[in-house]
Design a protein around this ligand. Sequence first.
Ligand SMILES: [Zn+2]
Length: 478
Amino acid sequence: MQKCRQFETGSPQPWISRSFLLLKPFAAVAVLLAVAIAAAGQDIKTTEAYKRIRDVIDRTPAVDTHTHLNPFEMMPTDAMPDGSAVTLHSVIGRTYYTWTNPLSSWPDDRSFDTWWESARDDFENARATSFYRFLLPAWRDLYDVDFDTITDQQARELNQSIGKNYADDKWYQDVITAKANIELAFVDPYWGRLDLENAFPPYRFIVPLLNVTSLVRASHPSRTGEKDNPFEFAEKHGLPMDTLDDYLRVIDSIFQAAAERGCVCLKATHAYERTLSFERVPKARAAIAFGQPREKVTDAQQKDFEDFMFWHITELSAKHNLPFQIHTGQARIQGSNPMLLVDLIAANPKTKFILFHGGFPWVGESAVIAQRYRNVWLDSCWLPTLSYSMARRAYQEWLDAIPADRIMWGSDCVHPEGTYGATVLTRRSVAEALAEKVVRDELRIEHAEAIGRKIMRENALKLFPQLESRLWRKTGTE
Ligand SMILES: [Zn+2]
């Protein structure tokens, strides 16, 4: 406790005492060196400052501004001897772990033991990666297993427990709301972006949003998928789709439908498909590609169409007061640097831009954009899962550079175990970043606690005022 009080008052470090000042210079240097080494070796998580901040952050019911939480019926399963079930393999297989690490495929004999025989060696080179480590809290806290040292018997039991938990959707709801302490979770339904009625899980903690990715590229039905096709939407609602102007009216209808459904923001994931450099293109040039089959349209003409549409939707974002979440960073890599959005941001001061994933790895670039433009927020969703160390560093640098009310977070997972793990990693990295600032006397502890609550919850409630009516916890904010 004494340490905490010292953080609060900002008084000099206790080890710099009067007697220290009386030491001979040589001895003083030696003592200072010893202190420095001890301090450098100390894990911030063992400090009182960290424990206090982490406690506040853990007790804060979080607003998770980005998930892909699948409906319960879509939980990943494997074929087991007596039917399909959620398994250890299907849970790990539907995380980012497999983006960089091997995972043995589910065997034809449907036996867990056969799978584990091969899979237990899959993790050797993954141990330090955040894609592996982000699931550790889920195994530890939800299943009482240390996955780093898991035995064959524990693995078998873990698999059985997972199967039992998914007998109905109680576990799903319980992990998100009680265990992960998430009050609201935004869902980006990649499995049915325009299926506004059916795509979202039917729980009070789910917040819908409108993913506009396909709207930007839909110059022709062949450019869209099955469940995100605006041409189908137009047909269903009896709207003409003969000209670009017709299409813009359809977009208006989609925005209206989204608002009626309670969508609170827009989301774009073009960084997986193309460059984020969206030029300002006149409507006549964009109209060339509209309604034309792929083979009749050049890449440059399609880009014109998409660029025009992206600017148009950016303007609609302001008009309908739906902040615009944009995927930046890790995706296609080429063309995903958030700096490519600066012209668009500068020209649309009324649109609220939310740069996703902190722009990983361009976290400094994201910071300077948010520092320069007041209509930019940084969302750290996915960042601690991409690189825990960079997330911790990013929180510190962002708090140096931009107001504390413009940083948010999101778990960015499809199932409860992943969501739980990502949430714990976020709470931990935010707490570490803040505690280090407190220990270095760069921030008072009560301000650090307040910032922790803002990042986990309050900033989202402020940016999305519609959320107020969706809050369902009756016991206040903690
Ligand atoms: Zn995502």
